[in-house]
Write a protein that binds this ligand. Structure first.
Ligand code: NAD
Ligand code: DAU
Length: 334
């Protein structure tokens, strides 16, 4: 099989490519990525020389390139996106362009060449839960609340509409918060690990009582694999973490303990506008229909992640240099 992976130089995409090459070593993979600030070929340097791996630099909005690549591959796994909520609040335009128009370009090519598409989406499209409300599932109404989640919701709707209208072969996964190796240090877990390693304070938004459901990235990618193998065309699957619903403050305290610091490292900062209070995922459908469930609990996943960051401090240092500093000062200096 020939797989076209969009956004394969980012956090989840690069872990997916490494996972796929290990589990399906006979398959050919084309990694198609624009290498924005979040894309980093260093994430894949251990597989770069494999004869079954090719990298193509390009934009998912580039119609000619997208059509040529999709024509020449069997399956498209579409990770490419602008992914950081705070950046979407600072400027939504690239989110609409990549996440909506880029996905439309992919869909037009998938339709033209009759290829199978798996679209990677997020639980954020469902909006925010109140404490005690049941977790999101495949029937939950879409209610996105940030420019990021609205752009992802739009892309999901487009994918479904192309299935209904043109009969494209698609599946979607809506996954909760991922963490693990190669996670760009703008998101809470890698940012807090790296700040604590550097002896810097960690910026907790608002009261820190927002809840997230954390999934180790390998569990997510195994779920995508199982959807590609066993998922029903036209269906959506919710994927979530193993007993990993936790407030940001509890998570912060765990990281502080694991990294040998103390609570004086917590700095409460201005809240994220429109901050979603809680996400949680009910993955019963994926368990019943695919036999998928997450295997790595939060404590084990955090230990593995912290080990990775300790062993890859130069990678972190390179991510946190240059334009990153400007972003950090602009956002946290609001
Ligand atoms: P990321 O920001 O780390 O990586 C995104 C990748 O897409 C980068 O390599 C970037 O260069 C590439 N890209 C951006 N714009 C592009 C364009 N126009 N053309 C081609 N490539 C482009 O993101 P991530 O955290 O790995 O997320 C991957 C996908 O998973 C996204 O679709 C995101 O919405 C979804 N998702 C993420 C999470 C999470 O917790 N990180 C959870 C659920 C779903
Ligand atoms: O739920 C899936 C989503 O998870 C994905 O679709 C997104 O691509 C991904 O970025 C992530 O979104 P979140 O906004 O939940 O992740 P983030 O790491 O940015 O924030 C997690 C929580 O931590 C959130 O409640 C905001 C808070 N936070 C975040 C940062 C960066 C802080 O308190 N301080 C921070 O500095």
């Amino acid at each position: 099989m020939k797989l076209l992976v969009t956004g394969g130089a980012g956090f989840i995409g690069s872990n997916f490519i490494r996972y796929w090459m290990r589990e399906h070593s006979q398959d050919e993979i084309v990694n198609f990525d624009l290498l924005t600030y979040a894309g980093n070929l260093e994430n894949l340097k251990d597989v770069a020389d494999n004869k079954n791996y090719t990298f193509v630099k390009g934009d998912i909005c580039d119609r000619d390139l997208v059509f040529n690549l999709i024509r020449d591959n069997d399956v498209v796994v579409h990770f490419a996106a602008e992914s950081h909520v705070d950046r979407s609040i600072m400027d939504p335009s690239s989110f609409i362009r990549t996440n909506v128009l880029g996905t439309q370009t992919i869909l037009d090519a998938v339709r033209e060449y009759k290829k199978r598409l798996h679209h990677i989406s997020t639980d954020e499209v469902f909006g925010a839960l109140r404490p005690g409300e049941p977790a999101f599932n495949e029937q939950t109404r879409y209610a996105p609340r940030s420019p990021y989640s609205a752009s992802k919701a739009a892309s999901d709707h487009l994918v479904c509409s192309y299935h209904t209208t043109y009969g494209i072969e698609m599946t979607i996964s809506n996954c909760s918060n991922n963490y693990g190796p190669y996670h760009f240090p703008e998101k809470i877990i890698p940012l807090f690990i790296s700040n604590l390693m550097e002896g810097k304070k960690v910026p907790v938004y608002g009261d820190g009582q927002q809840m997230r459901d954390w999934i180790y990235v390998e569990d997510h990618n195994r779920g995508v694999d199982m959807i590609l193998q066993k998922g029903k065309i036209g269906e959506t699957y919710c994927l979530g973490g193993k007993d990993a619903e936790i407030t940001n403050l509890e998570l912060t305290k765990k990281l502080i303990e694991l990294l040998g610091r103390d609570e004086s490292y917590i700095e409460y900062v201005k809240d994220r506008p429109g901050h979603d209070r809680r996400y949680a995922i009910d993955y019963t459908k994926a368990k019943k229909e695919l036999g998928w469930e997450p295997l790595i609990d939060l404590d084990e996943g955090l230990r593995m992640t912290i080990d990775w960051y300790k062993n890859n401090q130069e990678w972190v240092g390179r991510c946190k240099s240059g334009a990153y500093q400007e972003y950090y000062e602009e956002w946290y200096g609001r």
